[in-house]
Design a protein around this ligand. Structure first.
Ligand SMILES: C[S@@+](CC[C@H](N)C(=O)[O-])C[C@H]1O[C@@H](n2cnc3c(N)ncnc32)[C@H](O)[C@@H]1O
Length: 462
């Protein structure tokens, strides 16, 4: 009857989510190893530089970019959309039906985030022995270079984080009743760079009252941190290590058990390892006991807002995605595939000095020249090129610069991939607000914690 009334068979509505997720290689069963899940076609737009020469090859995977930056010609969206819309029926529906268009946009965003979550897992899960030393432990410890002892900035940031955390942890331990433990969660604990400086400073008696929940995707790091904590006198049953992706922490029953029971959450250089931090912050909020504290540091700057960066005029305010600047009644939109960075102080900093976005971008890109194995001379050459581009008002395109560097041999080749999900603090503050940590007007403690314009500390209470 229904069929008769409508004058023929109604074509079944396509499953938009399924189509989009399939394009991203996300429909294979979970048990299938990640590498086998992806297809050549996928890699073509997710890692367009995989086949390029060193150092351009180290551009990595575009799904790792913060979701806030995955728009307007940057990230993987344009190519993914083009690929999907080769499906004529889907293209017609997206063009003519607003409900389908909405569904398509949402599915695309979710697929990018899901794919980015896997990309980080793929990068870190398999690290072993030497790699861990190179990428996590060795890099963050003081090193003797000639007669000088050099303290890397991540080491200093972990030290600052522990200084900020300790008074509150000590107070919390002192208030415990008999038989109770003080629960600390470390997100992306690695081999212990963040948690160890905290535990080391506690007395043996205080240490005996701890319960540590340590989450990381790297098995070898979890083993290492347990060993170190036992050396500091902790017992096995005080250390709960969980191998889990931090982006989906609450899917793990071992972590879920701690909902509302964690006293203190910390993290160092790990939260950016997902394209969307809001679900992490929401999980932390649920895990914390009332009055509990979230105290972490991370890398951040505006350098990955787009492939081509333009410097906004003096006095102009740039929006968090770099799409616009405004100054008084003037406003300007960035051209396609470009984003603005500001000459003014980085927003959302509430304590102490704040670098300008321009400073942060320059230092970050110069640091990458160094991380990619090029020496002081090459770094200086890059800095000069950067300043000239700024002076001319020309776009800063790091990838293009690296293509020119291909002709020059680095001092050594590194395994470091750039385009990580680093973002300026204002985006973290927005995510904290969305997760329930902050009221509309509330401000957390945000401070650049070392001499570097790249590492900042955040502290907020539930
Ligand atoms: C730069 S290290 C920092 C480790 C430690 N906090 C420190 O400061 O030494 C980043 C850590 O995050 C972990 N990681 C990266 N992506 C992750 C993910 N999606 N889920 C869980 N852990 C992740 C890595 O395995 C690594 O141990």
């Amino acid at each position: 009857m229904k069929r008769f009334l409508l004058g023929g068979r109604v074509p079944k509505k396509p499953n938009i989510r399924r189509i989009v997720f399939k394009e991203f290689g996300l429909l294979a069963p979970k048990k299938v190893p990640f590498k086998e899940k992806t297809t050549q076609e996928l890699h073509r737009f997710l890692r367009p530089y995989e086949e390029a020469k060193y150092p351009t090859r180290m551009a990595g995977d575009k799904t790792k970019l913060p979701i806030e930056f995955q728009r307007h010609g940057w990230g993987i969206t344009p190519e993914a959309i083009a690929n999907l819309l080769k499906n004529k029926r889907l293209a017609r529906l997206v063009a003519t039906d607003p409900v389908i268009r909405e569904e398509f946009t949402r599915a695309l965003r979710d697929a990018i985030v899901e794919r980015g979550i896997l990309a980080y897992e793929e990068e870190w899960a398999g690290l072993k022995g030497e790699d861990i030393k190179k990428r996590v432990v060795g890099r963050a410890m003081p090193q003797k270079i000639g007669k000088k002892v050099v303290k890397p900035t991540p080491y200093l940031a972990n030290k600052f984080n522990s200084q900020l955390a300790l008074p509150e942890i000590r107070k919390g331990i002192a208030k415990l009743k008999k038989g109770q433990h003080y629960v600390i969660l470390d997100i992306g604990c690695g081999a212990g760079g963040t948690i160890l400086p905290i535990v080391e400073k506690l007395s043996p008696k205080e240490r005996s009252r701890l319960k540590l929940l340590l989450v990381d995707i790297m098995e070898a790091g979890l083993k290492e941190v347990r060993k170190e904590l036992k050396r500091l006198g902790l017992k096995d049953d005080q250390i709960i290590t969980v191998r889990e992706n931090i982006a989906t922490m609450l899917r793990n029953p071992k972590i879920k058990e701690f909902m509302g029971k964690v006293n203190f959450v910390t993290s160092g250089a790990a939260i950016h390892h997902t394209p969307d931090v809001t679900p992490i912050f929401s999980a932390v909020y649920k895990l914390l006991a009332k009055g509990g504290t979230f105290c972490f540091w991370d890398w951040g700057h505006a350098a990955w807002r787009a492939e081509r960066l333009l410097v906004a005029p003096k006095g102009a305010i740039v929006d968090p995605t770099g799409r616009y600047w405004s100054r008084g009644i003037h406003e300007k939109e960035a051209p396609k595939e470009h984003a603005f960075i500001s000459r003014e102080a980085t927003k959302a900093v509430t304590v102490g000095w704040a670098p300008t976005e321009l400073q942060g971008v320059k230092i970050m890109l110069q640091t990458w020249i160094s991380l990619l194995g090029y020496g002081k001379e090459e770094q200086a050459r890059f800095a000069k090129w950067f300043d000239t581009q700024v002076k001319k008002g020309a776009p800063i395109n790091f990838l293009e610069y690296l293509k020119k560097l291909e002709k020059k041999k680095p001092e050594y080749e590194t395994p470091f991939l750039f385009w990580e999900g680093h973002k300026p603090p204002e985006l973290y503050v927005e995510a904290l607000r969305r997760s329930g940590f902050l009221s509309e007007k509330g401000l957390p403690y945000v401070r650049y914690s070392t001499q570097s314009p790249l590492l900042y500390q955040i502290k907020v209470k539930k």
